[in-house]
Design a protein. Structure first.
Length: 572
């Protein structure tokens, strides 16, 4: 081991620690309370991605973590720097994405005196994080950093954001030579979780007696895609993705039946969940939505993935790849599958998908003269390939995009429904994965929440094509007010802004598109000149599937109107 340097500051030692954990990039916004660490990280060779809002910094770290499977790191200054980041931290928490948030706090001699930007930071952030640390003494530095990093990775529970802060005076304080020599900067990694042989046998028996099996995957499917495809090919199990796992399995795979989602959930006699919570997007596993007689095989690393809301008949606590490999190796397949049902689901899925493609191409303009959103979606779809990354952000436009765009690696508003993630997600994804083609489809309302950070994409040459679906309205809420509130429209109209001119002023190539016939050439030009923005004017007359399903009305028992009715009927 090389001899330790004669002197290091706390900030320099933190930066050295981050480098030892393969952190090559920090997203953040400069501030006096973090300036010593900001400088030390840059001098240590870590790329600093400076943003326009602290929430964007956390969202960019979130996007990098979600795509790479590694921890993303954000740095925000004290007080309002941290409170600006709270929504993005909450989103990462609900999404179970490993992010470490670093902040500063007032110098120790001023603590409790009403110092500038002095607020109870740890108490504010604690309910939203996996672990919180405030370092007051350099002797405990390594242990505190390890605790935060390992908690974010999900060593003892599900992954998620963790938080650590330092008084500014401590960051500049020299570390005693004894502590420099004591610290071993080794790479921290998750301990693998392999399935128990007895549990695998129980799962094999459960699968063997099933006739209508269904597998639903979460985010971990992206890092076990090959073995997941192997198991689907071997078993013939039908497959549904979720927003977390979209693109892990090719949209052309014969087991993939997204157009039959509701029916296969109702009729499957075995539901295998892989690394996925049974949250509102999966009706909490309710026997009113899934078959009351269905068995559940749940696979995951933590309680929320293997037991929460509906216990599994068999529960496998293991890494996704290890569990699926064991199921494949032991030939855990149905003995007497209902081939008629399986084939019917596949054929009807293909027929519905084909009808949708024809419908998208034939949609007429609205009464306002603007193109139907499906015309935009169809044009984007022709440019997607297996290496594309798609970011979707908004209310109605997210619904149209999720239905109409092929399944590629995707990031969206997530289980929290967090609008405004489109710009920072896309910028963070493009900065951390420059080899991939990035599309961001964003509603005009959502765009307004983080629009200034397109300048971050411009400054850091992030090759993103931002496509703003501009109908000058919060449309899912407008339709709700028209239908349930007698047309009394309050706070749903938006100005028909020239977002293309805003983007040009911030350093992007940009165009405004009025006609569907202009889209193909404009998308091509946008990709060639990325980062770029297309301001596409779409009709507000179109009604999305999410609105038709009752998502806007927030039913009392389930997220969707149909599910809510089924729940009421079951328990009346």
């Amino acid at each position: 081991m090389a001899s330790a340097p004669a002197s290091l500051s706390v900030a320099e030692l933190v930066a050295r620690y981050l480098v030892s954990q393969n952190v090559s990039r920090i997203y953040g916004l400069v501030g006096g309370h973090i300036q010593p660490l900001w400088d030390a990280a840059a001098r240590a060779g870590i790329q600093i991605v400076d943003v326009c809002h602290e929430g964007s910094a956390v969202s960019m770290a979130h996007a990098e973590a979600e795509l790479s499977g590694r921890v993303g790191v954000a740095m925000v200054t004290a007080g309002p720097g941290l409170t600006n980041a709270v929504t993005a931290i909450a989103n990462a928490s609900v999404s179970r994405v490993p992010v470490v948030v670093i902040s500063g706090r007032p110098p120790r001699p001023q603590a409790g005196l009403g110092a500038m930007q002095e607020i109870p930071q740890a108490e504010i952030i604690r309910p939203l994080t996996r672990h919180v640390e405030t370092v007051l003494d350099s002797r405990h530095l390594l242990e505190r950093l390890d605790a935060v990093l390992l908690a974010a990775m999900g060593t003892d529970s599900s992954p998620g954001p963790s938080y650590i802060d330092f008084p500014t005076d401590l960051l500049s304080e020299p570390v005693h030579q004894t502590n420099i020599l004591r610290i071993q900067l080794t790479l921290r990694m998750l301990h693998p979780r392999v399935p128990n042989a007895g549990t695998i046998e129980a799962a094999r028996l459960l699968i063997a007696k099933s006739r209508r099996p269904l597998l639903i995957a979460g985010r971990s499917a992206h890092f076990a895609a090959d073995v997941l495809a192997r198991y689907l090919n071997l078993s013939g199990v039908l497959y549904l993705d979720t927003g977390e796992s979209r693109g892990a399995i090719s949209h052309t795979h014969s087991s993939y039946v997204p157009a039959m989602r509701s029916r296969v959930m109702q009729e499957a006699d075995l539901v295998i969940t892989v690394g996925r919570k049974l949250d509102y997007q999966l009706a909490y596993g309710s026997p009113a939505v899934f078959s009351p007689s269905a068995s559940f095989l749940r696979i995951g690393r933590s309680f929320d993935e293997i037991s929460e809301n509906r216990r599994g008949d068999v529960e496998i606590q293991a890494d996704t790849a290890a569990a699926l490999t064991a199921l494949a190796d032991t030939k855990a397949i149905p003995d007497y599958p209902d081939r008629e049902w399986l084939n019917t689901m596949r054929l009807e899925n293909n027929a519905r998908q084909e009808r949708l493609r024809k419908t998208m191409a034939q949609q007429a303009s609205g009464s306002d003269g603007r193109m139907h959103p499906y015309r935009l979606i169809k044009a984007i779809d022709t440019y997607l390939d297996e290496q594309s990354v798609l970011v979707m952000d908004g209310g109605d436009i997210l619904s149209f995009a999720r239905v109409g765009l092929r399944a590629v690696r995707s990031l969206d508003c997530g289980a929290m429904g967090c609008l405004g993630v489109g710009v920072p997600f896309a910028a963070g994804a493009a900065i951390s994965h420059p080899e991939r083609r990035l599309f961001a489809v964003i509603g005009d309302g959502s765009f307004g929440l983080t629009a200034m950070d397109v300048s971050t994409a411009a400054r850091h040459r992030a090759k993103v094509l931002f496509i703003i679906a501009n109908n000058a309205v919060w449309n899912i809420d407008r339709h709700d007010q028209l239908e349930r509130y007698g047309g009394h429209l309050v706070g749903v109209e938006l100005p028909d802004h020239r977002y293309d001119l805003l983007a040009q002023s911030l350093g992007l190539y940009a165009e405004m598109i009025d006609q569907a016939e202009e889209l193909d050439a404009a998308i091509s030009r946008g990709l060639e000149n990325a980062p770029a923005l297309l301001n596409v004017r779409i009709s507000r007359d179109a009604v999305s599937a999410d609105f038709k399903n009752g998502l806007a009305e927030v039913p009392p028992h389930q997220a969707l109107r149909k599910w809510d009715q089924l729940e009421k009927e079951r328990y009346r």
